[in-house]
Design a protein around this ligand. Structure first.
Ligand SMILES: [Zn+2]
Length: 478
């Protein structure tokens, strides 16, 4: 027997200075669809997510609350983990950067890059929010472009990584899609950043600035690893880099990293350079998603517009939340959340579109006085052609991470079935009508299959109703 193909997918690991918001949910749900899709293709999937806990942000957030850093990160990391149940995620592992396996791996990677690491005194503008030094030219009116805060001027003796050395190599790798960046607008953004010149990066901080929080530099406990140098290694640490070579060989390189647009530089440049330096294989693809806005504004604590994914799920259910994020938000761009948009999608697409079709077909099958035999094949060629086309477009859309387009083609099939019902009038009695019901049952079965990666619970319910011919509303109208 041929060995199963493997597929290793990761999400970004999130900062735990605050609990998750709906933007985090977006990325996790996107990754979950891809993981489920590849499992359905018969591949062996490893889906990793986790939390980035060594950041100085946590030290500050804990201080503000008057609790220990450990207490703060434990509390918020638990909430990130709980997204698994709330959003029905199928990740196989959840790595926390405060775990020992991560510490060991991060230090091992540091040692593997030793030939490219040197020490020097550095003065620079540092944004604590980003955990990154900025060039003056990158600031917007003197403020961090991400956080709109003024970076601090910092002078320290730190370790540096020879990023400049890898400039040409990384450029070629990105240009040739050796590491493929999707969408190509992000690929171009990375290439132009490389063209502007890569400077060596500072990869450690004075330990005292972190008040003891963070991973010590091997052989120099006065220094801790820069949080990005530390965090990126999670992708290899979770699959055995520190101490399980067999597992590591099986899963690395990653087939797909999913990250937000704010952190591609770390993944498409720094991470690649670190891996080359350590003589490790490179990830195959990086998919970059946009941000979730709320009524066209950035979600932020200070604006008080943070959408809590747990509240949403509590109010509407898991699958409606998954559906909205996947259908309404353009996968590679920013997308907007409002309750009106959410309820609009819910009523039109779920209650009316999908819910209505399933209820009609199941009810007709149950009410038909004729015994509906278990058809194996659709006898209406137009319906069959439409299904074939749907499958093809759906596959293409998913391969390009166009979640919304994959759902649009499924809903086109739903509309086609609605029209087919109007035309065939299967609620009337007769052989032709019986055949139409048989065809519709097969079409609904196909729809449930296509929806499995997106709406797993709903898909299962539809399969159940097809078996029992008992209709129960999938999405009660709001
Ligand atoms: Zn910043």
């Amino acid at each position: 027997m041929r060995e199963k193909e493997k597929f290793y997918i990761t999400t970004a690991i999130d900062y735990v200075n605050a609990p998750p918001h709906a933007g985090h949910a977006l990325e996790k749900v996107q990754a979950d669809v891809i993981a489920r899709y590849h499992r359905a293709l018969g591949e062996e999937v490893f889906f990793l997510t986790g939390t980035d806990e060594d950041s100085l942000k946590n030290v500050q957030a804990a201080k503000k609350e008057g609790i220990s850093v450990k207490k703060l990160v434990d509390r918020n990391a638990r909430k990130f983990y709980e997204l698994k149940k709330a959003l029905n995620l199928t990740f196989n592992d959840f790595i926390r950067t405060t775990e020992n396996r991560h510490l060991k791996g991060a230090q091992k990677l540091w040692k593997a890059c030793q030939k490219d690491i040197y020490k020097k005194t550095y003065r620079g503008l540092y944004c604590v929010g980003c955990e990154e030094f900025y060039k003056k030219s990158e600031l917007v009116s003197g403020l961090c472009p991400e956080h709109k805060t003024r970076p601090e001027l910092i002078e320290e003796e730190n370790y540096f990584f020879k990023l400049s050395k890898y400039q040409d190599k990384i450029k070629k790798i990105i240009e040739n899609d050796e590491v493929k960046i999707i969408p190509c607008t992000r690929k171009n953004e990375i290439i132009s950043f490389i063209n502007s010149g890569l400077k060596d990066i500072c990869i450690s901080r004075l330990a005292e600035r972190g008040q003891g929080w963070g991973i010590p530099v091997p052989g120099d406990p006065n220094q801790i690893l820069w949080t990005w140098y530390d965090a990126l290694s999670n992708y290899i640490n979770a699959i055995g880099y520190p101490d399980n070579p067999k597992k590591f060989k099986k899963w690395w390189p990653a087939d797909l990293h999913i990250v937000g647009k704010g952190i591609i530089r770390f993944h498409a440049i720094y991470w690649i350079a670190m891996l080359i330096s350590a003589k490790l294989a490179l990830p195959k693809t990086i998919f970059v998603h946009g941000y979730l806005t709320v009524a066209s504004q950035k979600m932020s604590k200070s604006l008080g517009n943070v959408i809590d994914p747990f509240e949403l799920v509590k109010k509407y259910g898991t699958d409606p939340v998954r559906y909205f994020l996947l259908r309404e938000i353009p996968p590679a761009e920013d997308g907007d959340f409002t309750y009106e948009k959410f309820e609009g999608r819910y009523n039109a697409d779920l209650a009316k579109g999908l819910g209505n079709l399933v209820a009609r077909v199941i009810t007709m099958a149950k009410n038909s006085k004729l015994q509906i035999p278990n058809y194996k094949q659709i006898t209406n060629s137009k319906l069959q052609t439409t299904i074939n086309k749907t499958q093809k477009k759906y596959k293409k859309a998913l391969e390009d991470f166009k979640f919304n387009e994959a759902l649009i083609v499924v809903w086109d099939l739903i509309s086609f079935c609605d029209k087919y019902i109007e035309k065939e009038r299967p609620w009337e009695e007769g052989e032709k009508q019986k055949e139409a019901i048989g065809n519709l049952l097969l079409a609904v079965n196909e729809i449930a299959k296509l929806l499995e990666p997106f709406l797993p619970e709903t898909s299962e319910k539809i399969f159940g109703q097809l078996r029992t011919k008992k209709s129960k509303s999938l999405f009660p109208r709001l």
